[in-house]
Design a protein around this ligand. Structure first.
Ligand code: A2P
Length: 320
């Protein structure tokens, strides 16, 4: 499988398995199956509520000789209530314990949003801390400590705008090596892609299929269904692939990692096989034309009235 090569020579498989929305009770089987099929990159986070099960599946696969730990790339993320520099290491240690691994390949700041340490998910505005009170630059110093300790081999960020990525990189000793963001043909983010390239930061696309299984509360009534877009469906028919494979190949062929979530054997296989689908330059161009700056993960959970965040400040772009 094609990989992203980091400055130290480490390689991350371009296609990974997403685990957001994979329910406890389902994710164990999905991870075991995926590893047996040949997946070698798992994307995790403590807030997904399933890292223990993922860890159990990984440990059993390693014990059974399916793969070695060194052959697997594991990413996880720092939750919003552990942004104080002194909380970064303990948060990572909990994730390492749950995932049953001595180190992570990649550890990301999950959101440019901070909560009070005792708050897992704010229900009122006073659960938040502003970025003035808890600056991202200070959190990044905590990330650099775990890198130095060898507990995370690479460090990066997630959901960061070009403005925030530049600011963190400018004050860092070790700039972010990855920004994991929502990205698919409806949200191509050319400015962010250019900025990341300029800074030598790699990108991973989350929700590459348009995240159709988000909880109803996170869905807009009128939202377009990416997997059913006529242009995507037409290219899939021409190339003998599925719409999901077309969406994934659009990312992979340009060296941007993608982490589709599935808990279904047929779709896990299909997504892995997207690595072999070849899109023509015309196909890629037609998919680029679909861009409408449509976020499926809007961030409005953090834009509670009275909280120190709104959509304009979250994404550093006009809201709407
Ligand atoms: P399932 O887990 O039942 O396979 P995203 O990665 O953008 O968040 O999308 C995940 C959603 O897309 C899930 O509902 C998942 O369902 C579905 N999905 C995953 N792979 C495919 C595929 N190859 N074709 C259609 N739907 C898919």
């Amino acid at each position: 499988m094609s990989t992203i090569r980091f400055a130290n020579g480490d390689e991350m498989p371009l296609l990974g398995l997403g685990t957001w929305k994979s329910k406890p009770g389902e994710v164990y089987e999905a991870v075991k199956l995926a590893l047996e099929m040949g997946y070698r990159h798992l994307d995790c986070a403590p807030i997904y509520g399933n890292e223990r099960e993922v860890g159990q599946a990984v440990a059993e696969a390693i014990a059974a000789g399916v793969l070695t730990r060194e052959e697997l790339w594991i990413t996880s993320k720092l939750w919003n209530n552990a942004h104080a520099p002194e909380d970064v290491l303990p948060a990572l240690e909990r994730t390492l314990q749950d995932l049953q691994t001595p180190y992570l390949d990649l550890w990301l700041i999950h959101w440019p949003v901070a909560f009070k340490p005792e708050v897992v998910f704010p229900e009122t505005p006073d659960g938040f801390l502003s970025l003035e009170a808890q600056p991202l630059g200070a959190t990044w110093k905590g990330m650099e400590v775990v890198l130095k300790a060898g507990l995370a081999r690479h460090i990066g960020v997630s959901n960061m705008s070009p403005t925030k990525l530049r600011a963190i990189a400018a004050s860092a000793t070790h700039p972010p090596e990855m920004n994991q963001v929502e990205r698919h043909p409806y949200l191509a983010q050319p400015e962010l892609v250019a900025c990341a390239r300029e800074l030598g930061c790699h990108l991973t696309a989350y929700s590459p299929l348009g995240s159709p299984d988000r909880p109803p509360g996170l869905k807009a009534a009128d939202e377009p269904v990416l997997l059913e877009d006529p242009a995507v469906v037409a290219i899939a028919q021409q190339r003998g692939g599925s719409p999901a494979q077309v969406l994934l190949a659009w990312s992979l062929q340009r060296g941007i990692a993608a982490i589709p979530k599935s808990v279904n054997a047929t779709r896990l296989r299909q997504n892995l096989d997207a690595c072999a689908l070849q899109l023509s330059p015309e196909d890629l161009g037609a998919l680029d034309q679909l861009d409408r700056h449509r976020r499926y993960v809007s961030g409005d959970l953090w834009a509670m009235p009275g909280a120190p965040y709104n959509l304009a400040s979250l994404w550093d772009e006009p809201a709407g």
